[in-house]
Write a protein that binds this ligand. Structure first.
Ligand code: ZN
Ligand code: MN
Length: 481
């Protein structure tokens, strides 16, 4: 990030992340959570807020929430309380949201992430609570009218609240990236921001560098894509700096991010609601967790990204950066270990996965199209001198298209098996030297950098199949004679 105009300001950011839990049905009724259903088809009296309908908590959602809390090192409270958060909005049919307030499911966790400014930094997780989503107002379906789709109303969410721990928009983004990894590893959410499964609100304030008291904060909402997180927070930071440097003050208000204009604007006053009149939800008893849930969910947790990264560094002698790339997603990490377990050396396996494999996955909906055992065989052909690295890339591309196969057979079919026979290479070498007598004379009179030229000619004559280690050796022998 470039330093803001004026300098001398410190940015302080806290994040509230809403995460949709991976369940088939909603938080308090049996309606489907499937994305993309026709509007208002996944609804029932409970999530429509019809009189007399009673909520019943979704056990799977609660277990996933407990699992997330454990993944974030939180204290899980055996007893928590659902509360009503009252506000009026067209997409909230009951006129209140069921959430947790004074007694949340979990508190006091932490998450370490790699700060671009400070190295490994730790964000505190102040609380994690369970709640339901609201519906969606659609402003672009009908002219001069707003449509309401209640398919999302009642979808299970957790809200993860950090302390005011981030010192730059970039740190906020890195925390979110790390949080997303942990959620994906734990299998609790698909974290698809485009489908609204992960949404971020931020509290932003600034203060003079060196001050310890917090400045007045504004809340930034509507950050609905990962790419926008950093931009939205930078826009709000810059707005606050400009206001204070012009002698103004910061109002405690809610700002909406406009991605098209890359600006923040205040939410209309009447959209705001400071008094939610929280009270315990009378239709639900306190949530008392069966004692076996915590060990059960703890057992469901996989090795988490930070631990896996450290293990990769220690076990496979990889750099922290390489280990971070390989463990960014659980699928890639498991793939990498599959290649190594199939016999590939850790370092070349890492290079192949970070290079060809991830590039191919990037172009094909994140599919890992070449099975790990097949890649290990391919790497062995390169290590053994049967294939040049260039040829192996061509074989890999072919294997990816076929979704597997025998690397040697594919290499033979492509005619790229490396020639290691000194007689065959010797013939190419002789042909090249005969065809370039002037260069041979210059080489013999001391212009040894021409070796690269000769090797290039031999590779060309062999259509890339000559063993690149043998060609210069044979050339040198002939030229010395
Ligand atoms: Zn329903
Ligand atoms: Mn919330």
């Amino acid at each position: 990030m470039t330093a803001p105009a004026g300098g001398g300001w410190e940015t302080v950011i806290g994040l509230e992340t809403h995460v949709q839990l991976r369940t088939a049905s909603k938080m308090f009724c049996g309606c489907s959570t499937a994305f993309g259903a026709p509007p208002n088809t996944n609804v029932c009296p409970v999530c429509l807020g019809l009189p007399g309908a009673l909520p019943a908590p979704n056990e799977r959602a609660l277990k996933l929430a407990v699992r997330t809390a454990l993944a974030l090192g939180c204290t899980v409270h055996p007893r928590s309380v659902f509360a009503r958060k009252n506000y009026f909005y067209p997409d909230l049919p009951k006129g209140y949201q069921i959430t947790q307030y004074e007694q949340p499911l979990a508190t006091d966790g932490k998450l370490s992430y790699l700060s671009p400014d400070r190295g490994v930094a730790t964000a505190t997780i102040v609380r994690l609570h369970v709640e339901e989503d609201a519906g969606k107002s659609l402003h672009d379906r009908f002219p001069r009218a707003t449509a309401v789709d209640l398919n999302r109303a009642g979808v299970p969410l957790i809200e993860i609240v950090t302390g005011a721990d981030f010192r730059s928009p970039a740190e906020a983004r890195w925390y979110l990236q790390t949080l997303k990894q942990v959620l994906e590893y734990s299998g609790v959410s698909d974290c698809d921001m485009e489908k609204g499964s992960l949404r971020v609100d931020a509290n932003v304030s600034i203060r003079r560098a060196g001050e310890s008291a917090l400045g007045t904060k504004a809340e930034v909402k509507n950050i609905n894509s990962f790419t926008y997180v950093e931009k939205a927070l930078a826009a709000e930071r810059d707005r606050q700096i400009a206001a204070l440097e012009a002698g103004g003050t910061i109002a405690q208000q809610t700002m909406l991010y406009d991605a098209k204009e890359n600006t923040v604007r205040p939410q209309r006053a009447k959209e705001e609601s400071h008094d939610y009149r929280y009270f315990p939800e009378p239709d639900l008893p306190p949530l008392v967790l069966p004692p076996e849930w915590v060990p059960e969910q703890q057992a469901q947790l996989p090795e988490l990204p930070a631990t896996k990264r450290e293990r990769f560094v220690a076990q496979y002698a990889l750099s922290v950066q390489d280990a971070a790339v390989l463990t960014a997603s659980r699928g890639v990490a498991e793939y990498y270990e599959g290649v190594v377990h199939a016999g590939a050396e850790p370092k070349p396996a890492a290079n192949w996965v970070m290079g060809e494999v991830l590039a191919d996955a990037n172009d094909h909906q994140e599919q890992l199209r070449v099975p790990p055992g097949t890649l290990a065989q391919l790497i062995a052909l390169v290590q053994g001198g049967t294939l040049s690295h260039q040829a192996a890339k061509r074989v890999f591309a072919e294997l990816a298209v076929r979704g597997g196969g025998e690397p040697r057979t594919v290499a033979e079919a492509l005619g790229v098996i490396q020639v290691g026979d000194t007689n065959v290479i010797g013939q190419w070498v002789d042909d090249v030297l005969q065809a370039h007598p002037a260069e041979v004379t210059r080489y013999k009179s001391g212009e040894t950098k021409l070796m690269a030229f000769f090797v290039g000619q031999v590779m060309k004559a062999s259509k890339g199949k000559a063993d690149p280690k043998l060609a210069p050796r044979l050339l040198e022998e002939r030229l010395r004679a």
